[in-house]
Write a protein that binds this ligand. Structure first.
Ligand SMILES: Cc1ncc(COP(=O)(O)O)c(C=O)c1O
Length: 383
């Protein structure tokens, strides 16, 4: 009873704290909080083939932009999507001081527009910013900008399971100067890209034996731009060998399984679902924590556990390894059909509709598209 009361008080306090914090942020950080809106004269939507979209290639009509200068976020503006004019000496180009987020908007058959756990993305971009010495962005302004932008470009969100509008908020360091110190000026932006169901096809992965994505004390937990650029080379090597992604292992011993490409990773051994605990090397994925919640609700034994490569290989050899899948906003859930370690390839059973991957993907996408109940309160309606 006492525990329940404490939990309730904690919940009330956390809500009150968030409201208080957003108000304080606005007062102290934003000089002029009214978002100015410049609409495009002609939409580009007619030029887009929504049945043949390549992920992340086409952008909607408008974007949001807000500058940080003299210690305040200022001049929030929605304007037509287009090029930026920034100097070549801007610090982002030299020191990679940049963070980003990835989230999606969904439309139901009645035209309602929904986001999925957007507060998690705001909290995470601010966590990433703190690690990269970038000022945090105010919560109320983030939601106001998001709502206005999505309403303006709502025609770019097509209804139907699988269709979505990928949302890319990001922050770049814009101060001029090639001295290695944090920028005093930044640009926060949101751009939007229509997306279709993301079929990753047959995904086979290589388990990293020497390359690392992140190290203790580093920035792996942040969506810092450089984390991703650094993955391209080892991923290209994997592709040259016929594999699509790398499963990253810990940087110290290359013994523990951590992430799959740009996704969190799950392993099903018999009927138990394993995923690595988050730490300063691993991104605290929104899809990961949602899958854990759905699996626990379904009575699945979920172990947040540092599974080793040896344990995985033993399970593959004795037939108890049933599934591996990646979890992330872009693909939702992406089943892995095989993995390679020390030049030996291990094949997995073909994932069917009874697989955990298929079940949890369906449950998640139904919640996201407002075609099922939302028992966890994850949906956020854009109004
Ligand atoms: C490194 C990494 N891990 C995991 C994820 C999955 O996170 P989320 O489910 O929040 O998209 C992402 C994608 O954002 C990522 O970049």
């Amino acid at each position: 009873m006492y525990g329940k009361i404490m939990k309730f008080l904690d919940f009330i306090w956390s809500k009150f704290y968030l409201i208080l914090q957003s108000k304080t942020n606005l007062m102290s950080l934003t000089k002029d909080y009214k978002i100015s809106v410049q609409k495009c004269t002609k939409s580009n939507i007619d030029q887009v083939d929504f049945n043949n979209l390549v992920f992340g290639q086409v952008f909607s009509d408008h974007m949001f932009e807000c500058d940080y200068k003299d210690g305040v976020w200022q001049n929030p503006t929605i304007r037509p999507y287009g090029p930026l004019s920034i100097y070549p000496s801007s610090k982002v180009f030299h020191y990679g001081q940049a963070v980003f987020e990835g989230m999606k908007a969904y439309k139901d058959d009645d035209g309602g527009v929904f986001l999925f756990r957007p507060i998690e993305n705001l909290k995470r971009i601010n966590k990433s910013s703190v690690r990269m010495a970038i000022p945090e962005f105010p919560e109320a302004l983030f939601f106001d900008a998001m709502n206005q932008l999505l309403k303006l470009d709502s025609a770019w969100i097509k209804p139907g399971i699988g269709n979505s509008l990928y949302i890319r908020p990001f922050v770049i360091a814009t101060q001029n100067g090639v001295s290695a110190s944090p920028s005093t000026e930044y640009k926060f932006m949101i751009i939007l890209s229509p997306a279709q169901a993301y079929y990753t096809g047959d995904v086979k992965v290589v388990i990293a034996e020497s390359f690392s994505r992140a190290a203790d004390g580093g920035v792996g937990f942040a969506k810092a731009a450089g984390n991703y650029g650094a993955q391209f080379y080892p991923t290209n090597l994997a592709k040259e060998k016929g594999f699509q992604q790398v499963i990253w292992t810990d940087a110290n011993e290359h013994k523990y399984l951590e992430e799959a490409g740009t996704m969190n990773v799950f392993f099903r051994i018999n009927d138990t679902l394993y995923t690595a605990p988050t730490n300063d090397r691993i991104l605290d994925g929104v899809t990961r924590k949602s899958v854990i919640a759905l699996a626990e609700r379904a009575g699945v034994d979920v172990q947040v556990y540092r599974l080793t490569v040896d344990e995985l290989i033993a399970a593959a050899n004795n037939g108890s390894l049933k599934e591996i899948f990646g979890a992330g906003t872009a693909a939702v859930i992406s089943p892995v059909s095989g993995f390679n370690y020390k030049n030996k390839t291990y094949d997995l059973p073909i994932a069917d509709t009874t697989s955990y991957a298929a079940r949890f993907k369906e449950e998640l996408t139904n919640i996201q598209h407002n075609t099922s109940e939302d028992p966890f309160g994850w949906r956020y309606e854009v109004k």
